[in-house]
Design a binder for this molecule. Structure first.
Ligand code: EPZ
Length: 421
């Protein structure tokens, strides 16, 4: 298994293009099933979560061509087949097959999804939302779920929590429902807006994504289209946190700064200079200006501080004198990476997986650490760039789920990081 070898780096300097968004590509790829036609996607990140999803699509009968971040999907011959636990276990995004296959075939049969072990990750809100559209959902043996409907009927859907995945599943179903569906307390993440814009290019009639009420007027048919996937705001947040952590000046292209307003706000409070426009973000922190500790950062559904950015910002503050406190409100177990930070000499405490207290130390020391989930792994890369000596990061397959070029991107900015076998 390969691993990352990371050495102390004094400065990050230069500019890079941010990859396409994982959490936009996954729902859009599954949404292409609704067209039963050819869909062309540009700026699609070549990451293992996408590759795993494409394997499932090919199993269902789609024809796939994927190179240079251009993805062509011909869904004409897709058949409805059960998706097993092993097939569904690779990425959380696979739960969206429930809505997409039911929308196309009137039924679906799949197992509970996988995803990072950052919490229980139930799917009750998905079930509530889909049931409101006249979908009968039932449990089968071996952790399999069945969904069935004679007719998808539009309705008002109230989500008890603005779940990203549940909002996406209901949007996929409602595009083919009879009548007008309104989703209240919908997730407002930018990736939901990207999914709306993609589905509308396929002929859907959706509006309101990005607000807490999304309206979908059902249509008979959807058709193929071509679409460019938005930049990945969490990859951008990772590189912003890395620049804050070790100092330097970095320009990130192909990313909409406004999608990271809260994270930028925190960086400015930490003492960084940040400038952003429609298509880029510049972050800088000069060596002489020390980072300021953050007495309180709380994650939450968008537009709050993103839960996925937490571990990288925690990493950036591990050597910042003073106390920094993070409260995680979205997942139950986001900070298993804390024990790996401790191995490197950090003073960090996590209460009930949700409250993180850091007391900044003078130095971290490189050692062998294990990535345990996608964003925790990214945090370890940042800590390795800060630490004296060499840090070996094992189980990098977790990081490769979401980062297409983290090693080459950071090397381009001057980071001492290599992938070794
Ligand atoms: C999406 O996960 C993202 N994944 C996550 O990114 C992201 O952290 C999360 O949204 C929040 O923004 C993808 O888009 C593939 P949720 P999702 O449904 O849809 C609870 C990453 O690192 N919940 O909004 O699974 C759930 O347990 C990943 O890129 C229920 O209780 O997130 C969690 O505590 C990690 N019942 C909270 O809601 C449900 O039916 C938020 O979950 C659904 C969710």
């Amino acid at each position: 298994m390969s691993y990352y070898k990371v050495e102390k780096t004094d400065r990050l300097e230069g500019e890079i293009k941010i990859q396409g968004a994982k959490n936009s590509a996954l729902p859009i790829i599954i949404g292409s099933i609704l067209a039963g036609d050819i869909v062309s996607l540009y700026n699609c990140p070549d990451i293992s979560d996408v590759r795993d999803l494409l394997d499932l699509l090919e199993k269902l009968g789609a024809t796939i061509c994927f190179f240079d971040n251009m993805l062509y999907i011909d869904g004409t011959n897709i058949k409805n087949m059960p998706l097993t636990r092993e097939e569904m276990s690779k990425t959380r995004g696979s739960i969206l097959f429930l809505g997409a296959l039911t929308a196309r075939f009137g039924q679906a049969n799949l197992s509970y999804p996988g995803g990072c072990n950052i919490g229980k990750r139930p799917i009750d809100i998905h079930f509530d939302g889909m049931s409101a559209l006249n979908i009968y959902i039932y449990d089968e043996e071996d952790d399999m779920i069945g969904a069935y409907t004679e007719e998808i009927i539009a309705s008002d859907v109230n989500l008890k929590f603005p779940s990203v995945g549940a909002t996406e599943n209901v949007m996929l179903l409602a595009t083919k429902a009879k009548g007008i569906t309104r989703i209240f307390n919908a997730a407002k993440e930018p990736e939901i807006v990207d999914l709306q814009d993609f589905l509308n290019k396929m002929g859907a009639k959706i509006k309101g994504a990005g607000t807490d009420c999304i309206t979908i007027e059902g249509v008979e048919e959807l058709h193929g289209c071509s679409y460019k996937i938005m930049g990945d705001r969490m990859v951008a947040a990772t590189y912003m946190a890395a620049t804050a952590a070790i100092g330097g000046r970095v320009k990130l292209n192909n990313i909409k700064g406004e999608y990271l307003r809260e994270e930028i706000n925190v960086l400015r409070k930490m003492g960084c200079y940040v400038k952003y426009k429609k298509k880029y973000i510049i972050v800088s922190r000069e060596k002489k200006s020390k980072l300021r500790p953050m007495i309180f950062i709380e994650s939450g559904p968008y537009p709050a501080f993103a839960t996925d950015a937490g571990t990288c910002f925690v990493a950036a503050l591990l050597m910042t004198k003073g106390l920094s406190v993070f409260r995680e409100t979205v997942f139950e177990n986001r900070y298993t990476v804390a024990e790996e930070f401790e191995k490197m000499g950090a003073i960090i405490a996590v209460a009930k997986g949700k409250l993180v207290v850091i007391d900044g130390v003078d130095k971290l020391v490189g050692c062998q650490v294990d990535a345990k989930d996608l964003r925790g792994g990214a945090g370890l890369v940042i800590a390795g760039l800060m630490a004296e000596g060499t840090t070996i990061i094992n189980k990098v397959q977790y990081i490769k789920r979401g980062y297409e070029n983290i090693v080459s991107d950071l090397r381009r900015l001057g980071a001492k990081i290599t992938e070794e076998n």
